[in-house]
Design a protein around this ligand. Structure first.
Ligand SMILES: NC(=O)c1ccc[n+]([C@@H]2O[C@H](COP(=O)([O-])OP(=O)(O)OC[C@H]3O[C@@H](n4cnc5c(N)ncnc54)[C@H](OP(=O)(O)O)[C@@H]3O)[C@@H](O)[C@H]2O)c1
Length: 330
């Protein structure tokens, strides 16, 4: 019998690649989407759809029992929100509800993989030589990171949940929309930076993240958390240098004072005041964008799940930029 996986957040950037990897792994995929979700780009996968009322544990439980899932990958979440309370509700409380429903439902559940974020642990100081590791003290610098940490705490409290938590760093790849803004700006010949302090950054190509998620479904360990990156640390100029090298472009480097960027973020938020959306640059996000050191260790992921990253920044950006060009985003 084919095993069945529920993927929440299937309509999102990461969700698309999770679906692709799950289909390739031979799983029968159900994507949990909302009536408003865009799913046209998922059509070729021939997957099934479902909807979940994340605010109602019993309703979720009924849905899970009807479908008898073997795996749940929870990727639905918000990375930008108008109010801190929205992060708590969607990222933490909905996650707890899904976890409780999954543990309480009569289903043959083998694994519940939660897509958390490195933001739950938070960054370190530039001078710090030890990369952020799974046992590092969590010091999130945003309401988003705090909500992901709270979600992890809630899930850890759910008994009998075969849980694996993955904490990806910045994810890039085809269909991504925020790092894409930087790539588009570079393509126009501009290379803006927030402040002039040095930074260490980390990245993971979305296909490597999807591979780690599929490996996590087969993990024999429950209750563990893993950072996910390509294993490297990059200086703040690496993304731009690699992009320019691939695109064959030149650009002008501009270091904007952080105070000026903060004003820009405030202005953007004011411009979006009547919209339901939030700009990619906002006051809250600035704490993460300007953070000094996001270098994380993936030793645990390698040792316990056998993860081997296939893409460094150059290889991943080659594919990503090609996709943006072919699809006329660039
Ligand atoms: N992208 C990154 O760099 C990164 C890094 C670390 C962790 N993550 C985590 O990875 C997950 C996916 O992120 P992404 O980059 O793919 O974001 P995304 O493109 O914005 O996708 C978010 C997904 O969550 C769904 N969603 C949002 N609010 C929801 C709600 N209230 N009820 C039900 N579904 C809801 C969205 O559905 P609609 O299509 O209907 O809006 C969409 O499918 C998130 O949990 C995020 O925190 C992302």
């Amino acid at each position: 019998m084919t095993e069945r996986v529920l993927i929440t957040g299937g309509s999102g950037f990461v969700g698309y690649h999770l679906i692709e990897a799950a289909v390739q792994a031979g799983l029968e995929v159900y994507a949990a989407v909302r009536p408003s979700s865009e799913v046209a780009h998922l059509q070729a996968f021939g997957i099934k759809y479902t909807s979940l009322d994340f605010s109602d544990v019993d309703a979720i439980k009924r849905e899970l029992e009807e479908k008898q899932y073997h795996y749940i990958i929870h990727a639905a979440g918000i990375t930008k929100a108008k109010q801190a309370g929205d992060y708590v509700r969607v990222n933490a409380e909905y996650t707890r509800n899904l976890g409780e429903a999954a543990a309480g439902a009569g289903i043959p559940l083998k694994k519940f993989v939660f897509i958390s974020s490195l933001a739950a642990l938070g960054p370190t100081a530039y001078e710090e030589v030890i990369p952020i590791h799974e046992a590092s003290a969590a010091m999130p610098v945003t309401a988003y990171g705090k909500s992901k940490l709270l979600a992890e705490k809630y899930l850890a409290e759910v008994e009998r949940l075969p849980l694996v938590v993955l904490r990806p760093t910045a994810v890039y790849g085809p269909r991504e929309k925020d790092i894409f803004i930087i790539l588009k700006t570079l393509n126009l010949g501009l290379e803006p930076y927030i402040g002039s302090k040095p930074q260490w950054l980390s990245f993971v190509y979305v296909k490597d993240l999807a591979k780690a998620v599929i490996q996590a479904l087969g993990a024999s360990i429950n209750g563990a958390s893993y950072n996910v990156s390509d294993g490297n640390r990059y200086n703040r100029y690496a993304l731009a240098s690699t992009t320019k090298y691939i695109l064959g472009k030149k650009s002008v480097r501009i270091h904007m004072p952080i105070g000026m960027v903060r004003v820009m973020a405030r202005l953007l938020e004011a411009l979006y005041a009547t919209s339901s959306k939030m700009p990619a640059l906002n006051k809250e996000k600035l704490n993460e964008l300007a953070a000094e050191n996001w270098h994380c260790s993936i030793d645990k992921l390698k040792e316990e799940l056998g993860f081997v990253p296939e893409y460094d920044l150059e290889k991943g950006l080659q594919q990503t930029l090609q996709w943006y060009k072919e699809n006329k985003w660039l």
